[in-house]
Design a protein around this ligand. Structure first.
Ligand SMILES: NC(=O)C1=CN([C@@H]2O[C@H](COP(=O)(O)OP(=O)(O)OC[C@H]3O[C@@H](n4cnc5c(N)ncnc54)[C@H](OP(=O)(O)O)[C@@H]3O)[C@@H](O)[C@H]2O)C=CC1
Ligand SMILES: CC(C)(CO)C(=O)C(=O)O
Length: 354
């Protein structure tokens, strides 16, 4: 596991601007979050500045999208709407893209590093909509340079095949699930936060924010971006873990005073890590947990994974937060405990990792 000593500023090369024409966009991993994003992009009016929209999916979900289109319902528009997109399980069958949006689980991105690098045009940008620490987040390599954390980029596969300069930070502040193959259900509407770390060029962030907003997506640009990032990690590290081990949706888990206390304790630990990363938190852990209890009548994605028999996103969300905590000499005993439980659950389900 990565030992992080400090977070030096990323020294990123200049990139060519995104081309001044409608942008081709491929959503890789058109599941709950990616499917919701792809549907909006596919329905964008011509003035949004979007060219061809394609998705990479697999299995029964892909077959359903190919047969019936990508279907979407949301809380505010519960009747199913259908969107036509080019859908494939082979990224190499698509032309090079101006923009790739990955909406894969954090651990599903590194195995696709080479395919993503081939799919991205030389001037292209990649937005990885992902919970936890993103693969492009710079940590010290111990030699005065930067690299990604092993927990999200084992061996630096993404860092070297694509590079952090081409990444635009993207976080989903809404929730969704795949109701049946090909049908996405957005059960808690919200927004996507886009940004880069301080000192980095943001012209492409602005362009993408305008394009996505014109397609009907709700976009924020929190600056500095690590505020959005660690605010989200604080919620995910506490809520996703406790809901998964207790196998309960957020509002029900937080109705139990002991689980509420556990969630707040984890949030305090992650807040301490964020503060060490110069983050400003708009709300206290207590306020955050109380708001979640009142508003989040949903199963977090980690619980969805558990119930669907899929590996949970353990290292990208919880392991990576612990790695950054260690780098600051912070222990996070509650987060460490729940992470150990999640690892034990997945060892029981899938065996020891090779
Ligand atoms: N769901 C939610 O409410 C929220 C999720 N997030 C975060 O967003 C990210 C995406 O999560 P979510 O949308 O829930 O995940 P999903 O599992 O619903 O979507 C990921 C999709 O990618 C597919 N996929 C994975 N690998 C490949 C591959 N090699 N080729 C083709 N398709 C592939 C998966 O297929 P398969 O199912 O076969 O593995 C799945 O359909 C995660 O980081 C999550 O934590 C953030 C906010 C809320
Ligand atoms: C539940 C939510 C919206 C916040 O913890 C989330 O990010 C997830 O489901 O992964």
């Amino acid at each position: 596991m990565t030992e992080v000593t400090q977070t030096p500023p990323a020294d990123l090369p200049d990139l060519p601007d995104l081309p001044d024409r409608p942008l081709s966009i491929c959503v890789v991993g058109a599941g709950a979050i990616g499917g919701a994003i792809a549907a909006q992009l596919a329905a964008a009016p011509p003035e949004a500045g979007i060219g061809a929209v394609s998705v990479v999916a697999r299995g029964a979900h892909l077959a359903a999208i190919q047969a019936q289109g990508l279907r979407l319902r949301t809380t505010s528009a519960p009747d199913i709407r259908t969107f036509q997109v080019t859908a494939t399980d082979d990224p190499d069958s698509l032309p090079a893209q101006d923009v790739i949006i990955t909406a894969l689980k954090g651990h599903q991105i590194p195995p696709m590093a080479d395919q993503l690098a081939r799919l991205l045009a030389p001037h292209g940008r990649i937005l990885s909509v992902v919970n936890g620490l993103p693969w492009w987040y710079p940590i010290s390599d111990g030699n005065g340079g930067t690299r990604g954390a092993d927990e999200v980029d084992p061996g630096g596969a993404l860092w070297s095949a694509i590079g952090p300069a081409r990444a635009i930070g993207a976080i989903a502040f809404f929730s969704a699930f795949v109701e049946e193959p090909g049908l996405i259900n957005v059960n808690n509407e919200g927004y996507i936060d886009l940004g880069r770390l301080p000192g980095q060029d943001t012209r492409d962030v602005l362009r993408m924010a305008e394009v996505m907003q014109a397609a009907g997506l709700s976009i924020r640009r929190t600056q500095p971006f690590q505020n959005a990032l660690w605010n989200k990690i604080m919620g995910n590290a506490a809520l996703n873990s406790v809901c998964a081990v207790s196998q309960t949706p957020v509002h029900k888990a937080l109705a139990d005073p002991v689980l509420m206390q556990f969630v707040v304790a984890i949030m305090h630990e992650v807040q301490a890590v964020g503060l060490a990363e110069q983050v400003v938190f708009p709300t206290s852990p207590e306020q955050r947990a109380q708001a979640a209890r009142e508003k989040l009548r949903i199963k977090p994605s980690t619980l969805q994974d558990l119930e669907a028999g899929r590996p949970m996103e353990i290292e990208p969300i919880f392991g990576a937060a612990l790695a950054v905590a260690r780098s600051h000499g912070l222990g996070c005993p509650n987060l460490a405990l729940v992470t150990a439980m999640l690892r034990a659950i997945d060892r029981t389900r899938f065996g020891d990792p090779a």
